[in-house]
Design a protein around this ligand. Structure first.
Ligand SMILES: Nc1ncnc2c1ncn2[C@@H]1O[C@H](COP(=O)(O)OP(=O)(O)OP(=O)(O)O)[C@@H](O)[C@H]1O
Ligand SMILES: [Mg+2]
Length: 803
């Protein structure tokens, strides 16, 4: 395993020495869990913010943490440009021909050069094609383009869905949801409304509140209708007509109607519903990264879309159980305009709530911007991780420091930050993490995704991701006609009547001419009971089997499951029939035998598949989709791992403290003995101490610090000609240091020995529960006639479905 493939930590780059500015070689690993207190990336244009965020998202995806990314500039679809082979041909469609010609190269030559650059870049950071492959395999990536048909579409305006119960039950949150929806909608039609004084705002909010509080959704036409004829006659203490007369309400309704009638409106109505759960997990349970590119939208439309999406995320988060592990990431590549310090656009209200509430539910929010003056200070106060990159001017730096000072209650080490961020190079960031004791500088690692820059709409078309597979239409299979019967129809009917055989048929759709063929039909209700997995469920089954002309009339192994609803069956013998039922089918005694055989055979077919994760002792509930269960299990696994790692760290931390105290006493002894060499020794102790602290906090990798400890130790050993006392004290110190180094190695070993979250033991498995004999109930066994239609060539098509 590579040093950076540590569980639960993101490999973001390598540390840079803050005094010399040169690389120390030590990896920068960021604890995924720390992102639950959110992060902010700040740096001038070109400083590498998007590159850093893309790398962080890549790390999340390798760890199977889903991501929603809002992309105001168009760069984030680059996340789909990952090529495990790193072949020139992979890059060719994405390199810019203009850039190629600027360098005097053909696109092919330029693609070859770019492929080389990427291969070398990644190689320098210890990343190969296999890791790119792993990332691609772990997740489903999708690019959405709201309001445009280029990528996947989201139907934002089809309906204003009632927020989930968890939001409706929380008075403040519900009011906020109503208000931000009203503000976003009004902003979309060009009305910048104050929630307290604007009558448009008050009216729309009241309409939404009326509907939503009853759990009902609302579409644009019905909203327009309700603006004209509200279901209430007063607003506040005022009569509706006085507050907002009919004529004026009509104007508002017309404005909304213009919007709805505009051709550009149609794409807002189509596509996938605005559903955060769906954006985070594919139906098969794979985690997703959903990228929402909005660079093609107008400012109003962007504000509208972003507010609606954030609203949805906030509602979704509230329906999730709490956790301290990282469940999902919400990234926004440029926050400018959405989170301003003074104004109050709808996006800001939602973002503030999200920053406050998301933490408890494990949603990490990462925001990027060129300057913190674009940020609301209340939002800043809730942020635990800061990545500060190169800044344009001294003045910008001063503003950043000013911004941080105002925002921080815990106290940023401002002087230190000031010193460290002066004159940063490209792709070098300061990381200030409230969970760490001091800020560090690091250079961002090479991104696995090809950072081609903004992609065109044409390119997005090829990138949009696995298309939502349309439900396959039940294709009718032509069959060969059973040998036509010779018996007159009336005779079958009368014989059925006489023999007392139960005969039923599936009526053909109205107006369709059909002929009927005989089958043996068996309907059963099956109860599945499994205390251990707390399953108690009843399912209905319908099977049919053709009668065989051979010695065995009925062989259940040839049976198939019918897709039809048994309640559609009618009693009797239909006309016309295309084939006669064999004589055995008219013998009631045969049915007793077939029924017995059926019940013996049924358990092989009627099995209840349940998804389980045995290592976690979790079983999917019957109403739980694969995606929901996978999400629940993934989070449980992460929680388990975080807890185990924490336990190990804690266990070692107390032993470390003991050793540290012993080391301190030994150092004091040496100090007492050798006054004159004091400076040097302290230096040794300090460099040793830092190397070690890093390892114990688990944020950095041990290999380098172990070798650095080697240096520290030999440096100490080289110190010469001391008195016997000093030598003994020094020996003690060395022994303690040795012990500390061993302790570190042991701890790393224990952490690495934990079962990785993506190991097969942790995977979701399918198990089958078979019914007990007493749980199976035969509800109908009889002659079953199924309809066919015949074409002009005599071919037959069944008018019923098989499962
Ligand atoms: N991690 C990385 N790996 C490889 N190249 C990178 C990385 N980060 C940045 N770059 C290079 O630097 C360029 C600029 O970086 P990036 O786009 O991340 O800057 P930015 O801070 O997001 O700028 P802006 O504010 O204009 O969006 C990228 O187009 C890419 O060529
Ligand atoms: Mg950028």
């Amino acid at each position: 395993m590579k040093d950076f493939e540590k569980m639960g930590s993101f490999y973001l780059g390598r540390q840079v020495d803050d005094t010399t500015g040169s690389a120390t070689g030590e990896l920068l690993l960021y604890d995924a869990k720390d992102l639950t207190t959110h992060g902010m990336i700040i740096g001038m244009t070109g400083s590498g913010k998007t590159g850093l965020a893309i790398s962080l998202i890549e790390e999340a995806l390798i760890d199977e943490i889903p991501v929603i990314a809002i992309d105001p500039k168009g760069d984030l679809p680059n996340l789909l440009l990952t090529f495990p082979e790193l072949a020139p041909g992979d890059f060719l469609p994405w390199v810019s021909p203009q850039e190629a010609s600027r360098e005097g190269l053909t696109p092919e030559e330029f693609a070859r050069k770019t492929a080389e650059t990427w291969k070398k870049g990644l190689g320098d950071w210890g990343i190969d094609g296999a890791r790119i492959h792993k990332m691609r395999e772990s997740v489903d990536l999708a690019v959405y383009t709201p309001g445009s048909t280029a990528g996947r579409m989201v139907s934002v305006l089809r309906s204003f869905d009632a927020p989930p119960e968890a939001v409706r039950a929380d008075g403040d949150l519900f009011r906020e949801r109503v208000q931000t929806t009203a503000s976003s909608l009004l902003a979309l039609i060009g009305i910048e409304a104050d929630p307290l004084t604007s009558r448009e705002h008050i009216l729309i909010s009241r309409v939404l509140e009326e509907k939503w509080s009853r759990g009902e959704s609302l579409d644009v036409p019905s909203l327009i209708g309700m603006i004209q004829l509200p279901p209430f006659s007063s607003l506040g203490v005022l009569d509706l007509e006085t507050f907002y007369p009919t004529g004026a309400r009509m104007e508002l309704a017309l404005k909304l109607n213009h919007l709805a009638a505009a051709p550009s409106f149609a794409p807002w109505m189509e596509g996938e519903p605005l559903d955060a759960g769906r954006f985070l997990y594919a139906p098969d349970g794979r985690p997703r990264a959903s990228i929402f590119t909005i660079s093609h939208l107008s400012e109003r439309e962007r504000m509208f879309f972003v507010s609606m999406l954030l609203n949805e995320v906030l509602g979704w988060v509230r329906t999730q159980p709490g956790t301290s592990s990282l469940r999902a990431i919400l990234y926004m590549d440029e926050i400018f305009g959405f989170f301003p310090p003074v104004k109050n656009p709808p996006s800001k209200t939602v973002l503030l709530s999200l920053l406050k509430q998301a933490r408890a539910y494990g949603l990490g929010i990462l925001l990027a911007t060129q300057n913190p003056v674009d940020l609301d200070y209340k939002g800043i106060a809730n942020t635990g991780t800061w990545f500060i990159g190169r800044l344009q001017t001294e003045r910008d730096k001063a503003r950043i420091l000013e911004g941080l000072k105002g925002a921080s209650e815990k106290g940023f080490p401002l002087q230190e930050i000031d010193r460290m961020i002066s004159g940063l190079g490209k792709r070098v960031f300061l990381l200030h993490n409230v969970h760490e004791d001091r800020p560090v500088l690091f250079q961002t690692r090479w991104a696995m995704s090809y950072l081609a820059g903004p992609v065109t709409r044409e390119q997005i078309k090829t990138l949009a991701g696995d298309e939502a597979s349309p439900a396959a239409p039940a294709t009718a299979r032509p069959v060969t006609a059973p040998a036509a019967g010779t018996m007159p129809q009336a005779s079958i009917e009368s014989r059925v009547m006489v023999s007392g055989v139960n005969s039923v048929y599936l009526p053909a759709p109205a107006g369709v001419e059909a002929e009927y063929a005989p089958f043996l039909g068996a309907f059963a209700s099956v109860h599945f009971d499994d205390r251990k997995r707390s399953i108690s469920e009843t399912r209905d089954y319908a099977f049919a089997v053709e009668f065989d002309a051979g010695p065995v009339t009925v062989d259940w192994r040839n049976a198939f499951e019918l897709e039809e609803d048994p309640s559609r069956l009618a009693q009797g013998v239909p006309t016309p029939v295309m084939a006669e039922a064999p004589p055995a089918a008219l013998d009631p005694k045969a049915y007793t035998r077939w029924g017995r055989e059926f019940l013996k055979w049924l358990p092989q077919e009627a099995r209840l598949a349940v998804m389980t994760c045995p290592s976690l002792k979790e079983t999917a509930r019957s109403d739980e989709s694969r995606a929901d269960f996978a999400a629940r299990v993934a989070l449980a696994r992460r929680e388990m791992r975080d807890a185990e790692v924490e336990k190990i760290r804690r266990k070692y931390a107390s032993r470390l403290t003991t050793l540290q105290n012993r080391l301190m006493r030994a150092e004091q002894a040496i100090e007492r003995e050798t006054e004159q060499a004091r400076h040097k020794k302290l230096d040794t102790a300090v460099s040793f101490g830092t190397a070690l602290a890093g390892a114990f906090f688990g944020r950095k990798v041990n290999t380098y610090s172990a070798s650095r400890m080697g240096t520290a130790i030999s440096k100490a050993a080289r110190l010469q000609k001391e008195s016997g006392d000093v030598a003994r004290a020094r020996e003690t110190a060395e022994a303690v240091k040795q012990e500390m180094a061993e302790l570190e190695v042991a701890m790393e070993g224990e952490i690495n020995a934990l079962i990785p979250v993506d190991s097969p033991e942790m995977a979701i498995q399918e198990e089958f529960i078979t019914p007990k004999a007493s749980g199976m109930n035969l509800t109908l066994l009889g002659l079953l006639w199924l309809p066919y239609s015949r074409n002009s060539q005599g071919g037959l098509t069944p008018l019923w479905g098989k499962r």
